[in-house]
Design a protein around this ligand. Structure first.
Ligand code: AMP
Ligand code: ZN
Ligand code: FE
Ligand code: FE
Length: 294
């Protein structure tokens, strides 16, 4: 079945390799007609992506991905059809990105203390936008300390390594509320990797209570058995089954851009839900106090 939908992609606005414009051109080349850009903690790529999408006749869904922590487990929450220009929403995102900067600086300091000499300035240059560990890994690779990005995570910046610094993360329910505060639709990303289905079953009642509307079911590498299991869960909790590849650039995740069949019903259901919220005053969101920062 040829696919023309991908609802999970990243650009240089976070840790993807292609700029929003380049990404849209790649999407066009592989025959995509509907694309969501879901960068980590930032919507800075969206304006550019929307402009490029217009010239290529691609339907661009404004999105985001927010990584959260639930005390031991992680949930990534995608947000779709965001009214991303809302200023309160943008100021919360800025706080999250600023926390990433402080944490990135601390990781570079720890590396420097161990005579691993990369500079924060270089990491910042590599990152362009929202900075993360992949950019630190890239700087380590460039400086010759490792041969692959994976090795950088294994030896220096993976959880448990000396230069690993955890970063400030929202709880999943807060991420849901943050997305809702821009009239967006919160969707649980890649539920099998993170947090895992057993964990997820425990949390789903609370997450749905907070306003979750979808479950990423047609995710890059998921088998048809995975899909069936997720469809059962989605049905049970009245969540929209969505899907995409998590494309960051060639070879970073296993699935190429557009390389996963996503049924059009996913987009239709999201659109119907978004239409109910559009233009309404969204519920306010207040960032939890900074003492939560770890
Ligand atoms: P951060 O949000 O800054 O903690 O970075 C997390 C990102 O690092 C994830 O989204 C992955 O893309 C990437 N990552 C995590 N672990 C690895 C690994 N072992 N190898 C390559 N990339 C990784
Ligand atoms: Zn990423
Ligand atoms: Fe993710
Ligand atoms: Fe992602």
């Amino acid at each position: 079945m040829t696919n023309y939908i991908d609802l999970h992609t990243h650009s240089t606005a976070s840790d993807g390799i292609y700029s929003p414009t380049e990404l849209l051109h790649k999407a066009h080349e592989v025959g995509l007609r509907i694309l969501a850009l879901t960068d980590h903690d930032t919507t800075d790529g969206l304006e550019e992506a929307m402009q490029a999408a217009q010239t290529l006749d691609i339907d661009l869904i404004p999105g985001i991905e927010i990584n959260t922590d639930i005390g031991g487990g992680e949930v990534h929450v995608l947000g779709y059809f965001l009214e991303f220009w809302r200023s309160e929403f943008q100021s919360v995102l800025k706080v999250l990105r600023d926390a990433r900067v402080r944490r990135g600086q601390r990781m570079v300091e720890l590396l420097n203390e161990h005579d691993v000499n990369i500079t924060w300035e270089r990491v910042r240059e590599i990152a362009q936008g929202s900075v993360g560990r992949p950019h630190v890994a890239e700087a380590l690779l460039e400086a010759g300390y490792v041969q692959t990005i994976g090795e950088a995570f294994d030896r220096y910046i993976g959880a448990g390594c000396y230069a690993y610094v955890p970063r400030y993360k929202l709880t999943p329910s807060d991420a849901v509320r943050l997305i809702a505060s821009a009239n967006g639709l919160p969707v649980i990303a890649h539920p099998i990797e993170l947090p895992g289905l057993d964990e997820l079953r425990n949390w789903l009642p609370d997450l749905c209570e907070a306003g979750m509307v979808g479950l990423e079911t047609y995710y890059g590498p998921y088998t048809s058995a995975n899909e069936r299991e997720l469809l059962v869960l989605a049905h049970e909790y009245n969540l929209i089954p969505t899907g995409g590849t998590d494309f960051h650039g060639p070879g970073i995740h296993p699935t190429p851009l557009g390389g996963r069949y996503v049924p059009i019903e996913a987009v239709e259901s999201l659109k119907a839900e978004a239409a109910k919220r559009r233009g309404k005053t969204p519920p306010p969101f207040e960032l939890p106090p900074p003492e939560k920062e770890k």
